[in-house]
Design a protein around this ligand. Sequence first.
Ligand SMILES: [Zn+2]
Length: 401
Amino acid sequence: MNSLRILDTTLREGEQTPSVCFPGHVRTAIADELDRIGIDIIEAGHPVVTQEIRSSVSSIAQRGLNATIGAHARSLETDVDLALECGVGFLGVFYCVSDWRLNHLDRSLSSAIDRIAWVIDYAKNRRPNLVLRYTPEDTVRSPFSNAVSAAEAAVQAGADIISVADTTGHMIPGGERSMYDMVSRLREALSQRGCEPEIAVHCHNDRGLAVANALDGIRAGASIVDVTVLGLGERAGLTDLASLLAVLAADFGYGERWQLAQLPKLYRLVSRYAGIPIPANQPVTGSNAFSHCAGVHTQAALANPLHYQSLDPSLVGRSAEIALDHMSGLASVCHALESIEGRSDLELAQQVLVEVKRIGQSGRTVDLDELQLIVNSIELPEQSAPRGLGRTECASVSSTR
Ligand SMILES: [Zn+2]
């Protein structure tokens, strides 16, 4: 597991999200943030798409980042030439191997394999130290023997990495279509042919299973995983970067590997310029990801956060929060009052709770600024001066909600 590398393709696959097009300075900023987090490979774009992408890939490649900078190319000489002229150290080429796609292109499998081997040989001859990945497009729905034959030819031509692409989010963990089985079988079949490439997995999220399938691939020996910020990408997108890294750090022994506290900043940046809000309930990076709301939950979480959270928010530089709305109880309000007033007056808390529930029923939460306004509206100025005198502290009853 220690050789695992993360390939972020926000700047390539992420821009395949409808209407997403990052300007050059933002593309550079995203690459810098990914590098700060410790991402191993940044797929910076498909240079043939536009002149702007071409110059952005080139400038990111010259930036001296720790990450390896990569580009994407069809199995065409022109695409390879443009990518290599950008100065990238990593190139991903793809070509389909399924019978239906080949029929559509009026190509035989053998001529497709010839094309794949030719383009890899060409790229490697032009740049011998290039790290080259070949992707049999829609690997998992293609006939297995086709994928193996193409991968074998690719490795023999010089490919370092074979990517197992779940192009349509077809795979399901634990079933007949598991990524674990697919990666295991492919590694075994290639090994029997004397080929030991690195295996990458590219998991689309059409069924909401991209993170689970990526973990399944890792478990079977894949050493590169493709991700994007916010899971951007075609249709329902790809494996979400933050969700995957949080699980790997918390549960798979990668705690110190990445600077996860930088993730919220990266997500805000990408969200803003992609024009796609971060869903409030997005794992790890959503505004509600570490918020406790219901009275029973907050009361228990205030005593011990582990009662109602299995992922430590400090892992990604965040802290647990209490949301105040109609679901709140006295413990939540007392806690919030302590944080703004330095005290928790039971009688005041009971009056505030009535207001909080009233506002919550209109579909809003009460933040600390509004809480202060509620306190001010309840208390006359002269009441708030002698704190604690003749009043009951919340602490004596907060455990009873
Ligand atoms: Zn894709």
